[in-house]
Design a protein around this ligand. Sequence first.
Ligand SMILES: NC(=O)c1ccc[n+]([C@@H]2O[C@H](COP(=O)([O-])OP(=O)(O)OC[C@H]3O[C@@H](n4cnc5c(N)ncnc54)[C@H](O)[C@@H]3O)[C@@H](O)[C@H]2O)c1
Length: 250
Amino acid sequence: MTTTNAERLAGKVAVVTAAGQGIGRAVAERLKAEGAQVFATDLQADLLSDAEGMQTGQLDATDHAAVQAYFAGFERVDVLVHAVGYVHQGTIEDCSPEDWRRSMSITLDSAYNVLAAAVPKMRGAGGSIVTIASVAGSIKGLPKRVAYGAAKAGVIGLTKAVAADYVAEGLRCNAVCPGTVDTPSMRERVTELTEQFGSYEKAWEFFISRQPTGRLGTADDVAAAVAFLASDESLLFTGQTLQPDGGITI
Ligand SMILES: NC(=O)c1ccc[n+]([C@@H]2O[C@H](COP(=O)([O-])OP(=O)(O)OC[C@H]3O[C@@H](n4cnc5c(N)ncnc54)[C@H](O)[C@@H]3O)[C@@H](O)[C@H]2O)c1
């Protein structure tokens, strides 16, 4: 059972991207449960129709102008969680220029857009940025993750550079790097591999076998790590990668 501290984020204004489902939604719910005023955004506004107790908005994080316009509406942002990402499954031989560009656009360019718009609203008052990266990339090379790994390595590099630029004024920036997490898009990837593995169950077993703990992560596992980094309990953490990865990187 998950326990939350209902006061830990009281008074904080939090913006979450990709909050429509999966990890982003679990993060938005967790930040709300811990007392933050949550602004939940997603490309697909309809996915947010059942989000209660938070302000919701449609936002395409790959659209630089739209992201600038969205953050212009804020006087102050205390917590930013950027969860947008896209997994292309394939080796470098499987990765077309279009696959590569799509990966960079959704995973890395979006992080640039969102952090560039949010940082001016977060300066001077402390605050915490959390990017959702992955163990795949600069932490570990995983098979068939060439574009994804490269883009997520970029997200970690961006995270560390922003941390370095603003550390003196108390604005923190950390990356949460999950292993395999049971989310709607992860299930789509299992379906895509069904033919290769012979059945959905065998493809599912493949993903579990990558986790030494023998189970997939849950979106709530990841949200717990994000809430810690968003809170003042993690004031000594900046420029770090925190890895709820089920032992992948032992
Ligand atoms: N699921 C995993 O196993 C896993 C592991 C490591 C890291 N991650 C990362 O966690 C993040 C969330 O993954 P997930 O599996 O929970 O998500 P998901 O793919 O199930 O959901 C992604 C959400 O992002 C939204 N989205 C897509 N493009 C967008 C855009 N341009 N602008 C705004 N929103 C957009 C979608 O509408 C959707 O609601 C991603 O960055 C992903 O790379 C996931």
